[in-house]
Ligand binder design. Structure first.
Ligand code: FDA
Length: 309
């Protein structure tokens, strides 16, 4: 119930306005968001890389309703990629892009605009020596996102995809995408979805993750296992052994600020461990989804608001 209420909140403009203008302590946001400017975020990412971690940086923003905003997001990514290259970080840092932030949801030509913007970002990423992964949003965008992915991969084969274990369709998508050179991030899924398309209970979602994980680890692509779940981390290590996958044949991914000690533990064991680093002013939807995943995060948030108030 709480999860569903919070996920509805994540899309409410009225509540968004109330929360972002509330006197929330900066510490709440900075625990999960690596800064509001590109410079701050690149500095935080640099210190992760110094500690042996990889990163994927996400300029926060979604559901863009104006063409100009989509263009600004594209330009922010280009600036980010230039700075990453100047700092010598592109060997360890890629970028994650939400297609809705670069125009996918715009009426009329949205899909084409998103494809064009994403194409420009992929070209800049290649020139900088790195890659792009397309985040996956709610299920109404899955077909469009996978179709844009196919087009981008024709020119940039290393473009990463994201599949969500809670969707009933995902095992089939895993089979389609488990080919040589295909980078696939598998996550549980973070949006409020109807029962017709998505498993609702945690156990069913976890079982869906295991089935998808087995397909990806047995396949020919490059699996990127995005989860903080200790049982799924252990299952991945077991499947890697079973399929003789070397440690550079897959990677773990976790979110900035979540289980940082586990991130460092895995990296210290020689695992490829990539941290998803969100930054920017548009942190509201991202932060509320993190609250929905874990009540302890909500308590942390409310305590900080109360303390500040
Ligand atoms: P879950 O939330 O069920 O947690 C499982 C277990 O992990 C917990 O029981 C606990 O043991 C441990 N755990 C979790 N949080 C913890 C904490 N704060 N402290 C200690 N232990 C904790 N979603 C999406 O829809 N589209 C996308 O593109 C992406 N992209 C993405 C990238 C990356 C790198 C990650 C890690 C995640 C995403 N997600 C996402 C979000 C994803 O779908 C999911 O909502 C969250 O990762 C939470 O799911 P978990 O797999 O961590 O399991």
């Amino acid at each position: 119930m709480l999860r569903r209420a919070l996920l509805s909140m994540s899309r409410s403009n009225r509540i968004r306005h109330l929360v972002v203008t509330a006197p929330v302590s900066r510490s709440v946001v900075t625990r999960f968001v690596a800064g509001t400017t590109v410079e701050e975020a690149v500095a935080s990412t640099g210190s992760l890389v110094d500690r042996g971690l990889l990163a994927s940086m996400d300029f926060l923003g979604e559901d863009t309703e104006q063409l100009e905003q989509a263009t600004r997001t594209r330009e922010a990514y280009l600036r980010l990629l230039r700075l990453l290259a100047d700092e010598g970080l592109t060997g360890a840092v890629e970028v994650s892009v939400k297609l809705s932030a670069v125009g996918q949801a715009l009426a009329g030509d949205g899909e084409k605009i998103a494809l064009d913007n994403a194409h420009v970002i992929c070209a800049a990423a290649r020139a900088a020596g790195t890659t792009v992964t397309l985040d996956m949003e709610d299920h109404t965008t899955t077909d469009s996102t996978l179709s844009i992915l196919r087009e981008l991969r024709a020119d940039f084969p290393a473009t990463g995809a994201v599949l969500q274990a809670y969707l009933r369709r995902t095992e089939g998508d895993c089979r389609d995408l488990a080919y040589e050179g295909s980078r696939v991030r598998l996550c549980k899924g973070a949006y409020r979805e109807p029962e017709s398309v998505a498993y609702q209970g945690k156990r069913d979602v976890d079982l869906g993750y295991v089935r998808a994980l087995k397909i990806l680890m047995a396949g020919h692509g490059y699996p990127m296992l995005a989860t903080h779940d200790p049982r799924l981390v252990a299952a991945t290590e077991e499947l890697a052994r079973r399929h003789d996958r070397p440690k550079d044949g897959y990677e773990f991914q976790m979110l900035y600020g979540i289980r940082p000690h586990e991130q460092e533990r895995l990296a210290a064991q020689g695992q490829r461990m990539r941290v998803y680093v969100p930054f920017g002013d548009e942190w509201y939807g991202y932060l509320v989804r993190r609250m929905a995943e874990r009540p302890a995060n909500l308590v942390f948030f409310l305590r900080a608001v109360a303390t500040k108030g």
